[in-house]
Design a binder for this molecule. Structure first.
Ligand SMILES: Nc1ncnc2c1ncn2[C@@H]1O[C@H](COP(=O)(O)OS(=O)(=O)O)[C@@H](OP(=O)(O)O)[C@H]1O
Ligand SMILES: Nc1ncnc2c1ncn2[C@@H]1O[C@H](COP(=O)(O)OP(=O)(O)O)[C@@H](O)[C@H]1O
Length: 665
């Protein structure tokens, strides 16, 4: 990549677009990522974009998003900007002409919205349903615009577009004024750190270019922006359809003396005046072609670097000096943000993918617990205590949400109590990671402060978030070393500590079999303990019910207790329905190799229901117990348990013997 090409990319785009895994040129890959998964319009192929960007390399780049409600005129605005700045490709124009005749809503005249609403399905519905990235340029500047859909359920796409933008064009229909959507989108704009809004009060022609209407809307919006901490608002009275105040001043608004939309986009200064942060190089891969060369490759996301500079590797905190800055075109004397480089260091430091190389004088911070804002983007709700992947910069770690402090009504900013989060909801949460990471608060650095959460089973991106601050408690709690450790306890008990985890439907036979195993082991002189769902729910977990969220927390706690018991040298028999794979995996990950033995007590629902030891199935069928496992709450059978016990094939005694044999092996 050539110096001077100003492409920035945030953690969001990387994780979503899958850009640059192991690539030496993230910026180029980002460009392609824009062209590919987001924009569904084939004309903007990666090559064309790269060529275009190269041609306009020396101009500054403004990334912006457009947002507003359906029918506010976003697509028309962008289409017209593209058209009027004459960056349209010839064939696109030809296609547009034909399309307008076929689909256009404007009696055979060119319909600019069709330039942007790429998909046939969208045209039929008359709405834009995905983020579409467009490139255009003028003599002053080049632009990348993300067109964000206006429909309520597509908040997720809007957040995707916003995560890389410096400015948001917020469209308001002059006849309607601020709508719920305007508030929602402005909230997300502020959440994702955009400080500049161009408020386009559109369709002014339909209110006779009435200044009072404009002033009233602008006044209301300024109030909202102030509450949200959006510092810079430029309002423009607009008719995107007719082009008033779009690229030049309109004769219809003599009372307006500000810039046109395009003039503002061309001249607005979006550079962050925040204190210049030092070098940040999230390591994408460690390049070790032979014994004598060890280089750390990645794209510099902030600051600059020269050979001789003192650096610190994070999170380890080890220091060294930069020896060389290697690129495909030879070594550099200095490299800047946006450049993909390989650094070699004066000392042998243990640095791996996901670490951050930072300037020693101005390092990033390190922590493993945070307060953060989360935008939930999955149809399945967020369950606190469940383990997800958190991807930040080039690092991926396991995370759980330890507390939802409150969710936020994005329309009113009201704070509401919540135990779980649904699609498109925003919440303020505490997060706990399984290892420390290098980070910066999102306000200061989007690259090291913005993250996504990934479902560990489906690999789907389920949330986007911003780190607000590290929790103090993380700094102040340390592991207390103990002299009598697990190995010592295990030796004195003459046994290998284990966690034997029985899972299965209610009435499958977990308790019966666990009890028999316990008796046998005890008779053999082993030190054991049974943790049974029914019992633990009378004490430690008596605050929990049977919602998905409560079951997740139930299992998390009992897994932690089982872990403590194995640390005490015991063989623990855990007998819980534990219906979700994710939590059984979480439990497994607490233990060492071979220590966790998953026993699937496999009894078909019909059989468990026939037994109905406690009469619960009958009640559940009668609608008296909501969320009953197997009836109206799911059971996810283990895929590869250490033992599967078929209770239709063998009796409880024989099955217990199989468990004991397994353990004694
Ligand atoms: N709605 C609902 N669904 C399932 N089970 C219910 C429910 N309500 C009460 N019970 C009784 O609670 C026992 C299950 O508790 P667990 O802690 O093992 O459940 S879970 O692991 O959190 O899913 C379970 O005990 P077992 O029959 O021993 O499995 C039931 O007796
Ligand atoms: N092969 C078997 N293994 C375990 N239990 C069985 C078997 N066959 C019948 N049962 C009966 O099924 C019931 C299982 O109940 P329980 O052990 O309390 O189940 P859970 O703890 O899974 O809810 C008991 O009444 C038990 O006698």
């Amino acid at each position: 990549m050539k110096p001077g090409l100003e492409i920035r990319d945030s953690g969001f785009a990387q994780a979503r677009g899958g850009a640059a895994e192991g690539s030496t040129d993230k910026a180029e890959a980002s460009v392609l990522a824009f062209a590919n998964p987001e924009s569904r319009i084939p004309d903007f192929a990666g090559d064309a974009i790269a060529a275009y960007l190269q041609q306009h390399e020396r101009k500054s780049l403004l990334r912006f998003i457009t947002c507003g409600s359906v029918d506010d005129g976003k697509s028309t605005l962008i289409g017209r900007l593209l058209h009027d700045t004459q960056r349209l490709f010839e064939d696109q124009l030809a296609a547009l002409d034909a399309d307008s005749r076929r689909h256009g809503t404007r009696n055979g005249e060119v319909d600019y919205a069709l330039l942007v609403d790429g998909l046939a399905a969208e045209r039929e519905q008359g709405i834009t349903i995905d983020v579409a990235y467009r490139y255009f340029g003028t003599d002053q500047r080049k632009f990348i615009v993300a067109d964000c859909p206006g429909h309520e359920q597509y908040t997720r796409n809007m957040a995707t577009g916003a995560s890389t933008a410096d400015l948001a064009v917020v469209l308001v229909d002059a006849r309607k004024g601020l709508l719920t959507q305007t508030r929602r989108h402005s909230y997300i704009v502020s959440l994702l750190g955009i400080r500049h809004v161009l408020l386009a009060v559109n369709k002014m022609d339909l209110v006779d270019f009435d200044q009072d209407v404009f002033d009233r809307i602008v006044g209301e919006y300024r109030e909202l922006a102030a509450k949200l901490g959006i510092d810079h608002v430029q309002a423009v009275p607009l008719s995107a359809l007719n082009g008033d105040n779009l690229t030049a001043a309109s004769a219809s608004t003599p009372w307006y003396t500000g810039p046109s939309v395009l003039e503002h986009l061309e001249t607005v200064d979006v550079s962050h005046r925040a204190a210049e942060i030092g070098l940040r190089l999230p390591v994408q891969w460690v390049n070790r072609p032979h014994q004598d060369f060890r280089g750390f490759a990645g794209t510099i996301t902030a600051g600059s670097v020269r050979p001789g500079d003192e650096i610190v590797a994070l999170p380890s905190g080890r220091r060294s000096r930069v020896q060389r800055i290697v690129t495909a075109d030879g070594d550099l004397a200095q490299a800047f943000a946006g450049q993909a480089v390989t650094l070699t260091l004066a000392d042998e430091l243990d640095i791996s993918r996901g670490d951050v190389i930072a300037s020693a004088a101005q390092p990033a911070q390190v922590a493993d617990q945070f307060a953060a804002h989360l935008l939930w983007m999955d149809a399945k709700p967020l369950l606190p205590s469940r383990s997800y992947w958190l991807k930040i910069g080039t690092r991926t770690v396991a995370v759980s949400i330890t507390e939802i402090k409150h969710k936020i009504d994005v329309n009113t900013q009201a704070q509401l109590a919540a135990r779980q989060l649904e699609l498109n909801e925003v919440a303020y949460c505490n997060l706990s990671l399984d290892q420390p990471i290098a980070f910066e608060v999102y306000r200061d650095n989007r690259d090291l402060g913005g993250f996504v959460l990934i479902d560990r089973q489906t690999n789907a991106t389920v949330a986007a978030g911003t780190l607000d601050f590290a929790l103090r408690r993380a700094e102040n709690i340390h592991w207390q070393p103990v002299d009598v450790d697990k190995a010592a306890r295990s030796r004195s008990k003459q046994q290998t500590p284990r966690c034997v985890w029985f899972t299965g439907l209610s009435g499958s036979g977990k308790s019966t079999i666990a009890n028999l195993v316990d008796k046998q082991l005890h008779a053999l002189g082993h030190h054991t303990f049974i943790l049974d769902g029914d019992n633990v729910r009378h004490g430690l977990n008596k605050d929990l019910g049977f919602t998905d969220a409560d079951r997740v927390e139930n299992i998390r706690r009992v897994a932690e207790v089982a872990k403590l018991m194995t640390d005490a040298g015991l063989i623990v028999l855990v007998s819980f329905i534990s219906p979700f794979r994710a939590e059984r995996r979480l439990a497994r990950e607490l233990f060492g190799d071979g220590e966790f033995v998953e026993v699937f007590v496999d009894t078909p629902l019909g059989e468990a229901e026939r037994r109905d030891v406690k009469g619960l199935y009958a009640k559940a069928r009668a609608g008296k117990i909501p969320n009953f496992t197997g009836i109206d709450s799911p059971y996810e059978a283990p895929e590869s348990p250490e033992l599967r016990l078929d209770t239709l094939e063998e009796d409880a005694q024989a099955l217990a013997q199989r468990v004991v044999d397994y353990l004694r092996d």
